[in-house]
Design a protein around this ligand. Sequence first.
Ligand SMILES: *[C@@H]1O[C@H](CO)[C@@H](O)[C@H](O)[C@H]1NC(C)=O
Ligand SMILES: *[C@@H]1O[C@H](CO)[C@@H](O)[C@H](O)[C@H]1NC(C)=O
Ligand SMILES: *[C@@H]1O[C@H](CO)[C@@H](O)[C@H](O)[C@H]1NC(C)=O
Ligand SMILES: *[C@@H]1O[C@H](CO)[C@@H](O)[C@H](O)[C@H]1NC(C)=O
Ligand SMILES: *[C@@H]1O[C@H](CO)[C@@H](O)[C@H](O)[C@H]1NC(C)=O
Ligand SMILES: *[C@@H]1O[C@H](CO)[C@@H](O)[C@H](O)[C@H]1NC(C)=O
Ligand SMILES: *[C@@H]1O[C@H](CO)[C@@H](O)[C@H](O)[C@H]1NC(C)=O
Ligand SMILES: *[C@@H]1O[C@H](CO)[C@@H](O)[C@H](O)[C@H]1NC(C)=O
Length: 909
Amino acid sequence: MWKVALALAGVLELTTAADTAVKVKWLEGAPKVNTGTTFGLPWARGEHLANATSFTASSGELQSWVTAYWPDGTIKWTGHAVPASEGTTDSYTVTASGPGNSTYSHLKRQTTNSSSIQVTDSSDEVVVNTGKITASFPKTGNLLVSSIKTSSGKTVGKNGRLILKSQSGVPEEGDASDINYFSFASRIYNATVSEENTVRALVTVQGIHQAESGSHKDWLPFTLRFYLYANSDAIRTVHTIVYDGEAKSDFISGLGIRFDVPLADEKLFDRHVRIAGTEGGILHEAVQGITGLRRDPGEAVRTAQYDGEKTPANSTWDTKTSTRLQWIPTWNDYRLTQLSADGFNIKKRTKVGQSWLKIPGGTRAGGLAYLGGATVGGLAVGLRDFWKKYPTSLDISNAATDDGSITIWLYSPSAEPMDLRPYHDGLGEDTYAKQLDALEITYEDYEDRYNTPYGIARTNEIFIYAFDSTPSADTLSALTNHTNEPPVLVADPEYIKKTRALGSYWNVAGAASNSSTEGPTIESHLDFLIQFYRNQIEQRRWYGFWDHGDIMHGYDTDRHQWKYDIGGYAWDNSELSPDLFFWNQFLRTGRADVYRLAEAQVRHGGEVDSYHLGNFTGLGTRHGVQHWGDSAKQVRISTPVYRKTFFYLSGGDERTGDLVHEALKAEQAFVLVDARRKVRDPSVIYKPDPTALYLNFGTDWAGVAAAYLLEWERRGPRWEEARDKLLETAKTYPKLKNGFVTGEALYNSEDGSWAPPPTDPNNNGTVVVSHLSAVFGVLETLDQLFEHYPDISKPFVDAWLDYCYYYGASKAEQAARYGKDFGTVNLRQGHARLTAYVANRRNNATLAQRAWNEFLNDNSADELSPDDPWATVKFNGSDVLTPVDEADWITTNAAALYGLGGLELLALT
Ligand SMILES: *[C@@H]1O[C@H](CO)[C@@H](O)[C@H](O)[C@H]1NC(C)=O
Ligand SMILES: *[C@@H]1O[C@H](CO)[C@@H](O)[C@H](O)[C@H]1NC(C)=O
Ligand SMILES: *[C@@H]1O[C@H](CO)[C@@H](O)[C@H](O)[C@H]1NC(C)=O
Ligand SMILES: *[C@@H]1O[C@H](CO)[C@@H](O)[C@H](O)[C@H]1NC(C)=O
Ligand SMILES: *[C@@H]1O[C@H](CO)[C@@H](O)[C@H](O)[C@H]1NC(C)=O
Ligand SMILES: *[C@@H]1O[C@H](CO)[C@@H](O)[C@H](O)[C@H]1NC(C)=O
Ligand SMILES: *[C@@H]1O[C@H](CO)[C@@H](O)[C@H](O)[C@H]1NC(C)=O
Ligand SMILES: *[C@@H]1O[C@H](CO)[C@@H](O)[C@H](O)[C@H]1NC(C)=O
C-alpha cells in the first residue's frame, strides 16, 4: 500500500469524530414537483472515513455514494439521491455519521426505510420498478424502452426508440436529383444498470444509429442514461450523440426519440392531446372534440373532455350529439415546430393525405407533449431547453388509431438539414505562412482538415412522465417547468467554502464586500457582468442546437454587433475561462441565475467545443465562427476544471464523468497534433513521442492535470496512474532550471516526468513566458492539487509561486532571477490573481498591494477598470436589427479575467 496514505490514516484514527449535519436547499425555492433528484456534497479532509460513514436525511430516504476521496481515505465528495415526494420543504439536512469507530466496514447502505425501487437485471433486459412505474430496457435490438407500465398495470408507453434521418447533400442549385435520403433506427450495443439502487436506478444504454432505408454505414453513436427514482412516475433521460459523419455528405435532417402510446381501449372522444405553449399555457384538445358543436352533448360532457376526465356515460348525452359522432372528424396527427428561438407553429390533420390545419402558435414553446386517455392513461415527454435548442419539434401521431405516438425531435425534420460544412473554402490558405498571415486580419487560425465536426457531441435532457389517466393541465404545466428547470439541491456557499474541496481561491460574497475597500465595487461589477451576459444571450439570440450555452468573444462597435462572422472573434469556446468566473461566482453567491448560466455552458463547452472521437479526442477547439472550425486543437478548451464544480455539485453527473475520461485521452492526441506546429522555430527538430511531448505547462499540461486530479479524487479506473503522474511531475518539474518560466518542455506522458526542452538539452535555463499559459485554469488546477495533497513536493509549489511572483514583477527583478527579463507581458489584470496567490501563500502585504495595482491599473485592451462605464447603451431604430443594450467596452476575454480575477483577489488578499 501507498506509504503516505498509511501515515495519514494513522493520524485520522486520532482525530475522526462525530456527526456532520449539512443543510441543502433548493436552488429556486421548494419546487412544485419533486420527481426525485441527485445532488452532491463536499466534506472537509479527515472527517469521515469512506468505509465507515453513513448518511441520513431529514427528508427520509437517501441513497448515498462517494464521488471523491481525500488522499487519506476520508470522503471529499458524496452524491445523494432523494426519492420523489408529494410535497417538498425549502431545505433538508443531510447528516454524515461516523466513523467513531475505525473498523473499516462497508459504507452503510440505507436499508432502514423500505425502498420502493426494484431492479431486475436479466440476460435480455433491465427492468426497473420505482413503485409508481415499471420500465423495461432491452439489451439488444432497436428499442431503448420496450414498455412503461404504471403501478396499476396499464402500459402507457412502449417501443421507445431513436429516429435519425439524413441526406447525402442539400439542393443548392435547386437540383435534388442526386441526393440520397436515409432513415435510421437505434441499434443497441448494451444496457447496464447501476449496482446500488435503493433510491435511484440508472440504466445506461449505448448504441448507434443503423440504416432502415438506404445504404449507409451505422453512425452517430449514442449514450442514453435513464434515471429512475423511488416513488417517481418520471424518467429523466440524458441523451448524448457524437457526430461521426462527413460534413460534406452527412446532413442530419431529423433526430428524435419516439414512444408509442396504446390507445385501443379508449373512446376517441376520451383521448387527449396536450401540448405546452408559452407562460405555463397548455393546448387542450381531444382526438374527437365534442365541444363547440352545433348540438350540445351537455355541459358535464363538455367540461369532462376539456378537463381531460372521462366523459359521462353515453346514455347521459343529448342524443342529438351521441347519434352523430361518426360525422365529427378525428384528429390523428399534431405537429409543433420551433424553427427559431422566437416562434412556433402548430398544426393538425385528420390523416395522411389530407390537408394540415393551422392551430394558432406562439413564441417559445415549453417543449412538452402529452398523449393519452381518460381511462387508459398516457405519456408526456418533454425536452429541456426546447426553444433554446431550436430547430426542434414535437409530433403526436396516429392518435386516432390503436397505437398513437409521441416524437420529440431534438433536430426538427421540418428544418433545413443540419449543415456542418466549413463556412469558407479555405481562401487559398494552403501554407502555414498564409494561415498565419490570415490570422493577422481575421484572427482565424485556419488549416484544412482541422475544421472538422467529426467527433463533436451534444447532450440533451428529456423527461418522460407516465400517467394512469390524463392529468390536469396544471400538472402538465408544472411538469413543463420541471422539465426546463429541473430542481437542484445545493449546500450553502459558507459550507462548501469551509470544506476546501473546490479550491482556496474564492470566498463567500458578503464576507468579501464587507472586509475590503474594493469589495463593494468589485461585487457590483461581477453582478453587472453576469447580468450583461444573461441579457446578451437573450438579445443576441445565442441559441440553437449547437450554439446554446456558448457566448461570443469580441464586439464590433461599428455594426453594434458581436463579431459572429469574424474569424477568431466569434464563438468564445471558453477562452480565458469565463466558465471559472461563472462557477466560482455561483459558489460564492449561491445564486440560481448564475448556476443556470454556468450549467448551460457546461453542457456546451465539454460537448460541442471538444472532441470525443478521432484524432482530436480529448482536445477542444479555439474560439471561432464555427465551434469546431479553428485549427488550434488544445486541451485548454476541453479541460475538466471548467466542469468540475458541476460534476461534484450534481452528485457526479455521469456524462460529465465521461468527459473527464476523454480529457485523459489528450495524452494520445498530443502525439497526433502538435499544437505549436505553425509557430515553432523551424530549427527545432520535434517529432511528437509519448515519452517526450513538447508541451506548454498551462495550455497543454494543465488540462490533463485537471483530468488526472479528478481521476485521482474519484478513484476512477486510472486513478493510481493519474496520481503517480501528478506526483512525478511535482518531483521532476522543479528540476527544470527555470521552473515554470521554462514555459515549454518535454513531458513524458507515460510516467508524468518532465525534461528540458530540445532547445536547452543541458537545462541551462530558458525563459519562455506566454500570456496564455496561466489563463486557462492552471492556477485553479494547481491550487486544487495542493489542497488535495498538501505533502506535494515543496520545490514544485515554490516553482509555481515563483512564476506567480515574477510574471508581474519588474524587468529588473525578472532579469536578476532568470538572467533575462520576460519582455513585454500581456494580460496583467488577468495575472493579478497569480500575484494575489503568492501574496497569500507568502503572507506578504506589499505583494497584495502589487496585485491590486495590477488588477486596477492594467490599461490594456484586455482589461476592465473601475473607470469603465459599467453601464450599457441602448441602440434601436434603424441602427440595429433589433433593439440592443451595448457595452462596447467589454470583450469576453476581459470580462472573464476581470470576473475571475476580481473574485480571487477578494479572497486572497
Ligand atoms: C474500503 O474497504 C474496501 C474493502 O476492504 C477496500 O477495498 C477499499 O480500499 C476501502 N476504501 C477506503 C477508502 O479505505
Ligand atoms: C468497532 O465496531 C466493531 C463492529 O461493531 C466492533 O467489533 C469493534 O469492537 C469496535 N471497535 C471499537 C474500537 O470500538
Ligand atoms: C457498450 O458497447 C460499447 C460499444 O461496443 C463499448 O464501447 C462499451 O464499453 C460497452 N459498455 C458496456 C458497459 O459494456
Ligand atoms: C351512444 O348512444 C347512441 C344512442 O343513444 C348510439 O347510437 C351510439 O352508438 C352510442 N355511441 C357510443 C360511442 O357508444
Ligand atoms: C412555471 O414557471 C413560470 C415562470 O417561472 C411561473 O410563472 C409559473 O407559475 C410556473 N407554473 C407552474 C404550473 O408551476
Ligand atoms: C489522424 O492522424 C493520423 C496520424 O497522424 C493521420 O494519418 C490521419 O490523417 C489523421 N486523421 C484525420 C482524420 O485527420
Ligand atoms: C549549457 O551549459 C553547458 C555546460 O554547462 C555549455 O557547454 C553549453 O554551451 C551551454 N549551452 C547553452 C545553449 O548555453
Ligand atoms: C514582499 O514582497 C515585496 C515585493 O515584491 C518584497 O520586496 C519583499 O521582500 C517581500 N517581503 C517578504 C517578507 O518576503
